[in-house]
Ligand binder design. Structure first.
Ligand code: 13P
Ligand code: ZN
Ligand code: NA
Length: 281
């Protein structure tokens, strides 16, 4: 069924594992992620960024995800990733999204608090949990280029959560969107430090390019949601390219879709096991 992210994330926090959150772009990726969740019995979050929403519309992603979630035995959540404005967050809730992120991390602290609080007030009234972000995750996510070096301050994180009433918090610990240039340097201690002060589930962005060991240690220290985007897009497209190389006569989009789905499903199952959410649904 389609559910909010509230219980799945608090269950993860209590259980010491993380829910995998997977960015989807099309019907094939939606089906692949939910099929993976069914196979390993995991709660799952599917998410779309503003540029994905622009590509396919909120209503269309909602229609696809809710149709598939209805058939699923595991809990499925549809989340707005990196919500870029109050308006988009409200539109997502109106379209049926069951979780939203408002990303005010590019603002200064006070403006981030203000924007996040504004979304929380509306979303809470609708029963929809809100994820916010404090600190700077590196790399390029969607159309936003973040600068490097801006790990989350634990004291600020506490103040931010207290003042906004947010349901979960994305923090920066040296993580970056996309693949990493060189070996990622993560401040994993910081996860424990923030967890100590903050009672809401913590979110790890930028998981593509991290080793299984890095993800596992971050989860052990308190990350309750882990976001995977780039590597799914790569797996999907590489599978299509491989098929076209092996069988250049291919013309049926379904054949390409099936190849992409298979690749994404296998990858998502692996990542779910790294997060420890397999068997938790
Ligand atoms: P990656 O593209 O590095 O997997 O980051 C995903 C993410 O944080 C989506 O919000
Ligand atoms: Zn992100
Ligand atoms: Na990454």
């Amino acid at each position: 069924p389609l559910v909010t992210s509230e219980k799945m994330l608090t269950d993860a926090r209590e259980g010491g594992y993380a829910v995998g959150a997977f960015n989807v772009e099309n019907m094939e990726m939606v089906k692949a992620v939910i099929a993976a969740a069914e196979e390993v019995k995991a709660p799952v979050m599917l998410q779309t960024t503003p540029s994905t929403v622009k590509y396919g519309t909120l209503e269309t992603y909602f229609a696809m995800v809710s149709a598939e979630a209805k058939k699923a035995s595991v809990p499925v959540c549809l989340h707005l990733d990196h919500g870029s404005s109050f308006e988009l967050a409200v539109q997502a809730i109106k379209a049926g999204y069951t979780s939203v992120m408002i990303d005010g991390s590019h603002e200064d602290f006070e403006h981030n608090v203000e924007l996040t609080k504004k979304v929380v007030d509306v979303a809470k009234a609708c029963g929809i949990p809100v994820e916010a972000e404090l600190g700077k995750v590196g790399g390029k996510e969607d159309d936003l280029e973040a600068e490097e070096d801006g790990n989350t301050d634990p004291q600020e994180a506490k103040e931010f959560v207290d003042r906004t009433g947010v349901s979960s918090l994305a923090i920066a610990i040296g993580t970056a969107h996309g693949f990493y240039a060189g070996t990622p340097v993560l401040d994993k201690e910081r996860v424990s430090e923030v967890k100590e002060l903050v009672s809401v589930p913590l979110v790890l962005h930028g998981a593509s390019g991290l080793s299984d060991e890095d993800v596992k240690e971050c989860v052990r220290r308190g990350m309750c949601k882990v976001n995977f985007a780039t590597e799914l897009r790569v797996a999907y497209t590489e599978a299509g390219k491989k098929l076209l190389q092996e069988k250049p006569e291919t013309f049926d989009p379904k054949k390409l879709g099936i190849a992409g789905m298979e690749a994404v499903k296998e990858l998502v199952k692996e990542r779910m096991c790294v997060c420890g959410c397999n068997g938790k649904a």
